[in-house]
Design a protein around this ligand. Structure first.
Ligand code: SAM
Ligand code: SF4
Length: 312
């Protein structure tokens, strides 16, 4: 359905857990997260019911995220059931990839059509630093497993000044040798220490890439390809180039709130409702989408949650 600004809202991102096996410095506090009580988390049944209600309102694309969606024990079953719901055309996942190797094939069989894997660096010591202890080799094994299972993998790389700005051409260069796409995402100021000083505008990076051809836009990303490359490069600029005019999504948090906008503090509780109540709450959420978010370099997100509790 359309929101009040004429945008067609057809995409729901669902955080199935706020827990994670990593602790990325720009996403989660060092202390990690306080584990929620089992009863405070949406059950598989509840998630499926929300998707069914949303599909009746025109949502046809679902992305499971987190926290880390693969730490959720029943993620394969959730994906399988979601992909069978009438009206749902695409079920996707965003993951750090570490837990992918044993279940990549199962996810493919369960109807997941695309996997995005987050990777901010190709240097093991930097990976360990930014994720607070992650092992790069394990993330790379996750990428390989997804490709072997037949997925077209997209990498998500957050641009962080003074951290990975010297690796952009190496990361972009992966599209020359592998069948993958990569999206560079501007750092959103959500956590102390990861704001102005670490921000790099995507345009600044784009200016440094040699021999790129423009491919137009894909949703909220501006797309390019290196000459001779097998995959595309995209730039997502939530800070420097507010992309809200093309926003097509709502978000569901693991504790059962629909967020009309990533950066707003508006949240609508959707647990313990009948199907009809759910549908009208989803309509309210779509109608509550602001025209644009107010996030910029100096004005932090108004969301009351850190990214792992929203779903990125
Ligand atoms: N754990 C999964 C992963 O890392 O892909 C899914 C959840 S994570 C919150 C989703 C995406 O949000 C990741 O690509 C991550 O890099 C991105 N993200 C987290 N905090 C961010 C921030 N402050 N600015 C920009 N992107 C951020
Ligand atoms: Fe975990 Fe993803 Fe956040 Fe990193 S970005 S801490 S992998 S939820």
């Amino acid at each position: 359905m359309k929101d009040l600004f004429g945008r067609e809202i057809n995409y729901m991102r669902i955080s199935v857990t706020d827990l994670c096996n990593l602790r990325c410095r720009y996403c989660m506090p060092a202390s990690g997260v306080q584990k929620m009580r089992h009863d405070d988390i949406m059950s598989e049944e509840e998630i499926i019911t929300v998707i069914e209600a949303a599909s009746e309102l025109g949502i046809n694309k679902i992305r499971f995220t987190g926290g880390e969606p693969l730490v959720k024990k029943n993620i394969v079953s959730i994906c399988r059931r979601a992909s069978r719901i009438s009206g749902i055309d695409e079920v996707c996942l965003t993951t750090n990839g570490i837990l992918l190797p044993p279940i990549a094939d199962e996810l493919r069989d369960a109807g997941v059509s695309r996997i995005n894997i987050s990777l901010d660096t190709l240097k093991p010591e930097r990976y360990s630093y930014i994720t607070r202890g992650g092992v790069l080799r394990e993330a790379m094994q996750g990428i390989d497993a997804a490709i072997k299972a037949g997925f077209r993998v997209k990498l998500n790389t957050v641009l962080i000044g003074g951290f990975n700005d010297d690796e952009i051409s190496d990361l972009a260069g992966l599209t020359l040798s592998m069948d993958i796409d990569i999206r560079f995402i501007e750092l959103m100021p959500m956590l102390e220490g990861f704001s102005e000083g670490k921000f790099i505008a995507s345009q600044k990076i784009l200016d440094t890439l040699q021999e790129v051809e423009a491919l137009g836009t894909d949703g909220v990303a501006k797309m390019f390809r290196l000459k001779g490359a097998r995959g595309s490069i995209g730039f997502i600029s939530p800070v420097s180039r507010a992309f809200c005019a093309n926003c097509n999504r709502i978000r569901l948090t693991a504790d059962g709130y629909i967020k009309p906008c990533l950066h707003s503090d508006t949240e609508i509780f959707v647990r313990h409702k009948t199907r009809e109540e759910l549908k009208s709450l989803i309509i309210n959420a779509i109608q509550a989408k602001p025209e644009s978010h107010t996030l910029n370099l100096y004005h932090h997100s108004q969301s009351l949650r850190t990214m792992n509790r929203i779903g990125g």
